[in-house]
Every structure is written in structure tokens, then in C-alpha cells.
Design a protein around this ligand. Structure first.
Ligand code: AMP
Length: 602
């Protein structure tokens, strides 16, 4: 599937046609010096065309027109657009319709330099490529998994909420892509790895990718926070701005320009290209030496912080123009990370030459517990893949509905025989209220469950009667009763402990049947097809709402046409996540890909 990937920035436009399965580049162009004297350079042949017009919109139209002419019959099956800010709304790539366009427009306040140009690109490309689907891939989406503690700024909550002030993170497509590449290279599952990804280019950011999810990243509400960059300051004491505003009588625009355009490497060394800075520092230029020191010091500082946040790290990845190409920077960052278990191999570091053929190089010593990897990022290819996946609707897991969660209190399933022993001959259960699973009900009848230490009264019976007795209790109940019970799937009561049960007309000593229920999701075969799971798969379910958001691992899938979609957990589990009525969970996908975090049991 051929995808046109369009990346419209403030000073340049990149358009590439990529075969999404193989990553093969079919054609492309770059329009640079927008706003001055725009030049369009074609990838194939490298020929250049100067534009007579300065306007962004006109240049984009000309560039796409020229590209279309050169396609010479090569079909385009879809267009993938890089969009910088997806705000709270977009946690994954989406097909673009009128409502998506509107949301991107609504987010202009959060990304005034980028979203308008991205949107313009979308609108022009939609006119030129009318008959194919267009997909938006957001820089922020990968960081949607940041926990609240990482994305919250310590300013008054009301103010932050009113203006959506929080950390969003950027470069998500690159962090996502290199994480996956690292997992593949290390022959590991993303869900088993703690990675620190260092995207060091003209813009720079780090991410802590814990078991496939971004849980920290150095850019914040805007791409200005964090590392020292080409022309951006990165972290700075906000008090400095107040101070300088007074001292230099600066306007907001002046401050914006100062921090975004005149700071970073440029502010320290007078130039923003790391190649020049390295060259000048070897020639003894003090400003360049300082720039290099401040730059690498900050990267190392963040690596230490992220290792602490994740409680360890398995691999540290260097990518972006600087991370991929500069042995000097990699050396300065990695040379003193031995305490983390990352030991650099200087020879390998020096010899790295990344290419499309060799995208990943390990430059750590063989005994290094933490791997140091240089990886060639490929945001364009990643955008092409995500667009193709959506267009082919491979990625169904990303569009699945939320799963309603029901918290079950302790209860008993009972046989007709035991019911009669406890309630009298010929007794039948009476319905108190129907339960969500078709045909099931909470009965009016209750029993007392007695363990070696304590007893629990008013344990409700659920009907209808079953072929086996089963009492489901929580871990807290277990300690209270003094019974050591296993976590079991419903119905699997062989070799489980029993207990005494008291009813109004009798007592029964159950030999077995007390379990702590294995958390599970009931679903129909249709639901299973939508979620891409099978009966008895094991998945993760994430509950992201509330202060005690958590991810439930080891959740059993149970499929039957008789079921209704619902996850069942016990009261301890519900309390742990502080779930309230109407709570829902999401099946976890690793790394934003279609692959479910699941395994099968026999
Ligand atoms: P990017 O934004 O990822 O394209 O990265 C661009 C930056 O990578 C440039 O501004 C350079 O500073 C840097 N860069 C590219 N090649 C090298 C190199 N060989 N050594 C040091 N820095 C480099």
C-alpha cells in the first residue's frame, strides 16, 4: 500500500511516498526556506525548482502538484499527515473526517505554530488527493499513557484544567518507533523492557518507555521543556523570565523568541548545529565547549532520573540527527553510566554508521547489563505504517469499545441439593434482582460462611442453581475467615478448600469450593472478534480514570454466545482502583500497535 506521508512544518515541507509494508521510498520532495525564497528539491535525481511565491499554501500546492505529475501512474492509496498536537483528544492515529479537522483546529491554541500549518496541509492534500483516505498521526499520541503524576504541573488545579495546562510530550512517533525497533533487535517483547529513548536532533526529548508505555518524557505542554536543543532553552527557572522581563523590558513575543529561537546551543555557542559545535570545541572555542557540556550533562541527568522513575532500565537508545551520528555526544552521555549497568564500548561507538540496511547498532560492552543502542529513527515510515494499518482496518484493537466493569461482592453458587440441606426440602431460590449476565440473578437467600478464624454472615446466593457449589471471596475475606484459597476460574474447584455453610434450616460442611475468583471478561464471539481475542486468552485491562488508575494484569477472557460484555473483579480489586458505578476499562495494546498484550492458556 503506497502512502503519501506529508509533514508540513513552519519552515519546511516534506512529502514522501512510501510503500507501507516494506518501507521502500518511491518518491518524495522537500520544500525549504519557506517564507523567504522557497526551493523544492526532489528525492529522485535531486533536481531543484525555485518557487516565485513565498506563501506556504501556494508552495505546498505547487509541491504536491509537481509530485503528482511525477508519479506517472504510481497509485497513492492514502495520505498520512504528521500533526504535532493531538491534545487530550487523540491517543492514536485517526482517519480524518470533518470532526477530526475541527478538533485539530480547536487545538491551535495549544500549538499555534504547528497545528495551523498541519491543518492547512491536510486541507490542501484532501483537495488534491480526493478519493483516498487521509490519516492524522499525532506527535503527542504516544505519550497519552503518561500517569497523572508525570503530566501534572504544580500550579492551581482549576487554572490548569481550565486551560488544559499539562504535560503532553512530543516526538511520540519517533519514541514509539525506536522502542519497537529496540525490542525487535533485543529479541524481546516490548512489554518486558524498560527503555530510555533519547531523541537528539534539532529538537530533543527523552522518554521513559516502561513495558511499552511512555510514562515520562522531557517535553511538556510545549516542545520547549526539557533538554537543551538547537535553538530552544529546554528547562529554565521560570523566575528568570520574570526577572529578565523587568530588566530588559521584554514583551511576551520577545520572551517567546528568546526561548525558542535564540537559546539552546545557539544561545551558548552562537550556532545551532552540533557538527559545528563539535568542530569549534576541538578548536578551543569556549562557548562551544560549554554548549557541549551543558547539552550532554542534561541528557545524562534525565537518563538518571528516568532510570529512577522506572526502577531500572534495560536499554538506552540514541536516535535523531545527533543521537544517530555523533560518537562524541554518545560518548559524553554514556561514559559515566556504569553505575546503572550501562558500559560503553568506545570502539563500537566510534564505528557506528547507521543506514536503511543497518538501522540498529549495539555499542555497549558484551557484559553490559543495560544495552546502549543507536537506532535510525524513521518517523515518515512509522506514519506510513500507522496510516496503512488504519486504512486496512488492521488495527481494530485501537477502535474497540470500553469494557464495563462490575465489582462482585462475596457470593455463593449453590447446588439444588445443598440448597435443600440449608433451606429445607423442595426449597427453590427466589429472585431478588437479575444480574447483567443473561439468566443470572441475585437471590433473596443468604447464608453464613464459617472459617477457622471467623464467620461472615449474609453471604448472598446467586442463581440459578449449578452442578457444583462454589463460594467466591476476596483476599480480605480470606484472611478474616482464616482460609487459604487459590485464585481460580469459576467452576474449577477441584483441590480447593471447603468451609462450613449455615442456612436457616441446616448446616453443610463443604469439602471444597472456596475460591478467590480469577478476574475475567465475559464476551460474545462477536466481541471477541472486535477485540481480536479468543476464549481463554489472558490480557491486561487498564483503568485510567481516577486517582488510583491501575492496570489489571492476568485477566482471563471467557467467550460464549450466552455472555454479555463485562469484566468481573472482586471488591478488593475494585477498591484498589477506587472504581465507582459505571466504570470501564480498556484492553491494553502494547506500543500503540495492534498486538494485544495477551497470551494463551491451554
Ligand atoms: P534532526 O532534527 O533529527 O534532523 O537532527 C538535525 C541535527 O543533527 C543537526 O542540527 C545537527 O546538529 C545534528 N547532526 C547531524 N549529523 C551530525 C553529526 N555527524 N554529528 C553531530 N551532529 C550531527
Amino acid at each position: 500500500m503506497n502512502i503519501l506521508v506529508l509533514n508540513c512544518g513552519s519552515s519546511s515541507i516534506k512529502a514522501e511516498i512510501i510503500e507501507a509494508e516494506t518501507g521502500q521510498r518511491l518518491n518524495g520532495l522537500k520544500a525549504e526556506r519557506l517564507g523567504e525564497a522557497p526551493i523544492i528539491t526532489f528525492d529522485s535525481g535531486g533536481d531543484q525548482i525555485s518557487c516565485n511565491t513565498k506563501g506556504h499554501e501556494e508552495v505546498l500546492k505547487i509541491a504536491l502538484d509537481l509530485l503528482q505529475q511525477r508519479l506517472k501512474g504510481t497509485p497513492i492509496h492514502g495520505v498520512g499527515h504528521r500533526v504535532v498536537h493531538g491534545g487530550e483528544d487523540f491517543d492514536q492515529a485517526v482517519k480524518i473526517d470533518a470532526s477530526v479537522e475541527q478538533k485539530i483546529e480547536d487545538l491551535i491554541d495549544l500549538a499555534p505554530l504547528h497545528n495551523p500549518i498541519n491543518l492547512q496541509g491536510i486541507r490542501i492534500a484532501k483537495e488534491l488527493f480526493k478519493d483516498v483516505p487521509h490519516v492524522a498521526v499525532f506527535d503527542t499520541a504516544f505519550h497519552h499513557t503518561l500517569p497523572k503524576r508525570a503530566k501534572t504541573y504544580a500550579i492551581p488545579v482549576d487554572l490548569a484544567e481550565k486551560h488544559q495546562v499539562r504535560r503532553y510530550g512530543f516526538h511520540g512517533t519517533s519514541h514509539d518507533y525506536v522502542s519497537k525497533m529496540a525490542a525487535e533487535f533485543l529479541q524481546s517483547e516490548l512489554r518486558e523492557l524498560r527503555l530510555i529513548t533519547c531523541h537528539l536532533g534539532n529538537g530533543c526529548s527523552l522518554a521513559a518507555v516502561e513495558y511499552g508505555r511512555s510514562i515520562e518524557t522531557s517535553m511538556g505542554m510545549t516542545p520547549l521543556e526539557g533538554l537543551v536543543m538547537g535553538t530552544r532553552s529546554g528547562d529554565i527557572d521560570p523566575g528568570i523570565l520574570i526577572y529578565l522581563k523587568e530588566k530588559e523590558n521584554l514583551s511576551i513575543n520577545d520572551i517567546d523568541h528568546l526561548l525558542n529561537k535564540q537559546s539552546g546551543l545557539k544561545g551558548l555557542a552562537g550556532v545551532n548545529d552540533m557538527r559545528d559545535i563539535i568542530q569549534k570545541s576541538t578548536e578551543g572555542d569556549d562557548g562551544s565547549r560549554l554548549a557541549l557540556q551543558v547539552f550532554t550533562h542534561r541528557v545524562r541527568k534525565y537518563i538518571g532520573a528516568y532510570a529512577a522513575v522506572m526502577g531500572g532500565v534495560d536499554a538506552i537508545i540514541f536516535t535523531g540527527g545527533i543521537g544517530e551520528n555523533s560518537p562524541v555526544v554518545r560518548h559524553r552521555v554514556a561514559q559515566r553510566l556504569d553505575f546503572l549497568g550501562a558500559v560503553i564500548n568506545e570502539d563500537k561507538n566510534h564505528d557506528i554508521r547507521l543506514s536503511h540496511e543497518q538501522k540498529v547498532v549495539d555499542f555497549s560492552m558484551n557484559h553490559s547489563r543495560v544495552k546502549l543502542l543507536a537506532i535510525k529513527t524513521d518517523e515518515q515510515y512509522s506514519i506510513a505504517q500507522q496510516a496503512a494499518n488504519l486504512i486496512q482496518e488492521k488495527n481494530k484493537v485501537n477502535t474497540v469499545p470500553p469494557i464495563p466493569i462490575a465489582v462482585s461482592g462475596r457470593h455463593m453458587h449453590i447446588t439444588q441439593e445443598t440448597l435443600e440441606q440449608l433451606f429445607g426440602k423442595g426449597y427453590e431460590l427466589t429472585v431478588k434482582k437479575p444480574l447483567s449476565q443473561p439468566g443470572q440473578f441475585a437471590a433473596n437467600e443468604q447464608v453464613t460462611v464459617v472459617g477457622p478464624k471467623n464467620k461472615i454472615e449474609r453471604v448472598r446466593i446467586l442463581g440459578p442453581c449449578r452442578p457444583k457449589n462454589q463460594i467466591e471471596i476476596s483476599r480480605t475475606d480470606e484472611f478474616f475467615l482464616g482460609i487459604d484459597v487459590p485464585v481460580r476460574e469459576s467452576g474449577k474447584t477441584t483441590n480447593t478448600p471447603g468451609c462450613k455453610v449455615i442456612g436457616p434450616k441446616g448446616t453443610v460442611d463443604l469439602e471444597e469450593g472456596v475460591i478467590c475468583a480469577w478476574r475475567h471478561i465475559h464476551m460474545t464471539p462477536d466481541d471477541a472478534a472486535i477485540f481480536g481475542v479468543k476464549d481463554r486468552d489472558i490480557v491486561e485491562v487498564e483503568v485510567s480514570e481516577g486517582d488510583r488508575a491501575l492496570t489489571f494484569g492476568n485477566v482471563l477472557i471467557r467467550v460464549s454466545p450466552k455472555y454479555k460484555l463485562e469484566m468481573h473483579i472482586d471488591t478488593d480489586e475494585g477498591n484498589a482502583a477506587e472504581l465507582s458505578r459505571g466504570a470501564t476499562g480498556a484492553l491494553n495494546a502494547t506500543g500503540g500497535a495492534a498486538k494485544l498484550k495477551k497470551r494463551r492458556i491451554s
